[in-house]
Design a protein around this ligand. Structure first.
Ligand SMILES: Cc1cc2nc3c(=O)[nH]c(=O)nc-3n(C[C@H](O)[C@H](O)[C@H](O)COP(=O)(O)OP(=O)(O)OC[C@H]3O[C@@H](n4cnc5c(N)ncnc54)[C@H](O)[C@@H]3O)c2cc1C
Ligand code: SF4
Length: 559
C-alpha cells in the first residue's frame, strides 16, 4: 500500500494551501482530488469571445437543465465555466421535506478556487467572540491574535489588493494598492463620510487580484471575466499559485480522479491510517496510508467523508464523540439592499471591466445592541453607467437607437448585504439512507433553513441601505429584496465545528480531531460561526496555521 507522510483530500482553496505548507515543511504529500486535471493552457478561456463558442455564450440550455439544474443557479456556471461545476446527476444530494439548499460545487484540480469571486476580508475579534458573547453556538477556541500572523502569511503570498481603513471590525491586511473607486462610488463614499463619519465606511473591495506584478504573476488587465481562468495568473487560485509552490519542492504527488470514500481508522493506535479512495474512472478501490491526514474537500464534502467513515468503534461517523458531526451548518444570506441614481459626472465614465466592487463593513451590533437581531451584515456593491448592454431595455430602433446606446446612461449605485446565519443544531447534514453518487457513496441529506434572526437582519439591511444612500445624496433610492435558499451564497460552513470542549465540538483549536489526533480538517467544516465576511481567506489562514501546528506535533513525536 503506498505510504506518504501526509495526505490532503481536495485541491481547492484549502487543499492547495495544505499541500504547499506540508511540502515546504519537507513532508512527502499526496493530494487526492476527486475531479480531473486542470490545464491553464487549454482550460482557461478568458479571451474566448461569445461568437467563438458553439452556443454563442448562451450554453446548451437543455443539457444544463438536465445535468446542472442546481449548478445552473450560480451566475458563473455558463458556457465558458460550466465545466468547472459538478454534474448534478453524478453528484446528487437530497434535502429535508419543505427545505431547499442550493449546493454549488466544483470537482476538478483547483476546486472552486477557479471560479470564486475573490473577495477576501479578515475576521476580527467581534466575530471570534460572538458565540461566546451571545451564547449561540460554541465559543471559538481561537481569537484574532491566533490567526493574524497567518492572515499575513497568506496575503503576502497570494497578493491581496485593498485599502487600509483602520476599522476594528474589519482588520487591515498586507495590501497591494487598492483598485480605484469610480465617480459614483467616490460620491457615495464622500456622502457617507459626511453623514456617518467612520461609523459607515465605503471602501474598495479587498480582493485576491493583483494590482501590481507579484511573485512572477502579472497585474490584472481588467478584462473582468475571472471565473473563466486567467492566463496572466492575476487572480489567486490553487492551480497557478499554491499547487505549483508545492510541486516546486519535489515532495508533491497530485492524484486527480481520486474520490475519497472514507478515512481509514486503526483501532489499535486510535489514529487514522490513511484514506480509502475510489478511482473515478475505473471504480477501483484503492488505499493510501500516511502519518497525518488533512481533509480539505470543502465543508459539506469533508463532513460527508467523516460520516461515511464508520467502523465498530465509530458507528455514527469518525471522531463523533460529541454528536456534533454534521451539525451547525450555515451559509450567508445575501441580496437585500438598495440602489439609486447618482447625480452628475456626465463628463466621465469607466474603461475596462474592473473585476471588483465596493464594500461597506458591518456597522450593526458593534457596540450597542440592535433589539431585532443578533450579529450583522456587510454590503457589497458598485457604481456604474449603463452602456451597450442596456440595448434590450431601451425604446427605439435603427440608427437612432445605436447612437443613443453610444452615450453612457446616467450613473447608478447599488449595494446588497451579505449576512450572518446563527449556528443551530437544527441545521445539519446526514447520510441519505437511499441515494448514492455515481461511485456508490451515500449522498448527503441536507436540512438548512433561515431563522427569524436572519429574516429580521435581512429586512434591516434593505432599510439601512436605503437610508444610507439617501443620506449620501443618491436620488430615486429603491430598496430591493431577495429570496435565495441557503447554499446559493456558496459560503457553506460547519459540520465539524471547532471548539474548546470535546463534548460539544469535533475539532480542537488546532483544527485537529479531538478523537483521532492525526486527522485535521481546515476547510469550512471547521467553522463554529460564519460572521458576515466572505470566508475563504480564513480557511487559508487556518490551514497554514494547522499545518504548522501539526508538523510541530510530528516533530515532537506526538502524532
Ligand atoms: C461563483 C463563486 C463565487 C465565490 N466567491 C467567493 C468570494 O468572493 N470570496 C470567498 O471567500 N469565497 C467565495 N466563494 C466560495 C469559495 O469558492 C469557497 O469558500 C472555497 O473554494 C472553499 O474552499 P475549499 O478548499 O473548502 O473547497 P473547494 O475550493 O471547493 O475545493 C474542494 C476540492 O475537494 C475536492 N473534493 C470534494 N470531495 C472530494 C472527495 N470525496 N475526494 C477527493 N476530493 C474531493 C473537490 O473536487 C474540490 O477540488 C465563491 C464560490 C463560487 C463558486
Ligand atoms: S480581470 Fe484581471 S484577474 Fe480577472 S481574468 Fe482578467 S486579467 Fe485576470
Amino acid at each position: 500500500m503506498p505510504t506518504y507522510d501526509a495526505i490532503v483530500v481536495g485541491s481547492g482553496i484549502s487543499g492547495g494551501w495544505a499541500a504547499k505548507e506540508l511540502c515546504e515543511q519537507g513532508l512527502r504529500t499526496l493530494v487526492l482530488e476527486a475531479g480531473g486535471p486542470t490545464d491553464p493552457g487549454t482550460d482557461y478561456t478568458m479571451h474566448i469571445q461569445p461568437w467563438e463558442l458553439h452556443f454563442k455564450g448562451w450554453g446548451d440550455r437543455q443539457k444544463k437543465d438536465r445535468e446542472q439544474p442546481v449548478q445552473g443557479r450560480c451566475y458563473a456556471c455558463d458556457e465558458w465555466s460550466g465545466k468547472w461545476f459538478v454534474n448534478d446527476l453524478e453528484n446528487p444530494y437530497t434535502t429535508a421535506e419543505g427545505t431547499r439548499f442550493d449546493w454549488i460545487r466544483g470537482r476538478q484540480v483547483g476546486g472552486r478556487s477557479l471560479t470564486w469571486g475573490r473577495q477576501v476580508y479578515r475576521w476580527s475579534d467581534l466575530d471570534f467572540e460572538a458565540n461566546g458573547r451571545d451564547g449561540f453556538g460554541t465559543d471559538w477556541p481561537i481569537r484574532y491574535a491566533d490567526i493574524a500572523p497567518w492572515y499575513d502569511r497568506v496575503e503576502r503570498f497570494i497578493g491581496i489588493s485593498g485599502n487600509a481603513e483602520g476599522l476594528a471590525q474589519l482588520p487591515d491586511g498586507q495590501f497591494l494598492p487598492g483598485m480605484p473607486l469610480n465617480a459614483a462610488e467616490q460620491f457615495v463614499r464622500d456622502g457617507m463620510a459626511r453623514r456617518f463619519g467612520r461609523e459607515r465606511v465605503l471602501t474598495i473591495g479587498r480582493c485576491a487580484i493583483l494590482t501590481e506584478n507579484h511573485r512572477g504573476r502579472a497585474a490584472c488587465g481588467y478584462c473582468g471575466v475571472c471565473e473563466r481562468g486567467c492566463s496572466t495568473l492575476s487572480y489567486f487560485n490553487s492551480v497557478h499559485v499554491t499547487l505549483p509552490a508545492a510541486q516546486a519542492t519535489g515532495k508533491l504527488t497530485l492524484r486527480p480522479w481520486s474520490v475519497a470514500h472514507s478515512v481509514m481508522y486503526e483501532p489499535r493506535t486510535g489514529k487514522a491510517s490513511g484514506v480509502r479512495v475510489i478511482d473515478a474512472r475505473t471504480n477501483e478501490v484503492l488505499e493510501f496510508r500516511a502519518r497525518v491526514v488533512f481533509l480539505c474537500a470543502s465543508a459539506l464534502e469533508s463532513t460527508r467523508i467523516m460520516l461515511n467513515s464508520t467502523s465498530a468503534r465509530w458507528p455514527d461517523g469518525l471522531g463523533n464523540t460529541s454528536g456534533a458531526l454534521g451539525k451547525y451548518i450555515m451559509d450567508h444570506w445575501m441580496g437585500w439592499g438598495a440602489h439609486g441614481d447618482v447625480p452628475g459626472f456626465e463628463n466621465v465614465t469607466t474603461s475596462g471591466s474592473r473585476p471588483n466592487g465596493t464594500y461597506v463593513p458591518r456597522f450593526r451590533n458593534l457596540t450597542g445592541r440592535q433589539p431585532e437581531f443578533l450579529r450583522g451584515y456587510g454590503y457589497q456593491g458598485g457604481g456604474g453607467r449603463g452602456g451597450w448592454g442596456r440595448g434590450s431595455g431601451m425604446p427605439g430602433f435603427g440608427r437612432a437607437l445605436k447612437e443613443a446606446l453610444r452615450t453612457p446612461a446616467p450613473w447608478t449605485y447599488s449595494m446588497s448585504a451579505w449576512g450572518e446565519q446563527l449556528p443551530r443544531d437544527t441545521n445539519f447534514v446526514a447520510l441519505d439512507p437511499v441515494v448514492k453518487d455515481k461511485w456508490g457513496i451515500p449522498a448527503l441529506r441536507i436540512t438548512c433553513q433561515w431563522g427569524d434572526n436572519e429574516r429580521a437582519a435581512m429586512r434591516d439591511a434593505s432599510v439601512q441601505a436605503a437610508e444610507t444612500l439617501e443620506a449620501a445624496g443618491v436620488r430615486n433610492v429603491r430598496q430591493h429584496t431577495a429570496d435565495n435558499a441557503p447554499g446559493l451564497t456558496i459560503h457553506e460552513m460547519g459540520g465539524m465545528r471547532m471548539g474548546r470542549d470535546r463534548a460539544t465540538s469535533v475539532l480542537n483549536g488546532s483544527n485537529q480531531s479531538w478523537d483521532v489526533p492525526n486527522l485535521f480538517c481546515t476547510d469550512g467544516a471547521c467553522m463554529a460561526s460564519n460572521a458576515n465576511q466572505n470566508p475563504s481567506i480564513t480557511y487559508m489562514a487556518l490551514t497554514a496555521r494547522a499545518v504548522s501546528l501539526a508538523v510541530g506535533m510530528m516533530r515532537r513525536h506526538e502524532l
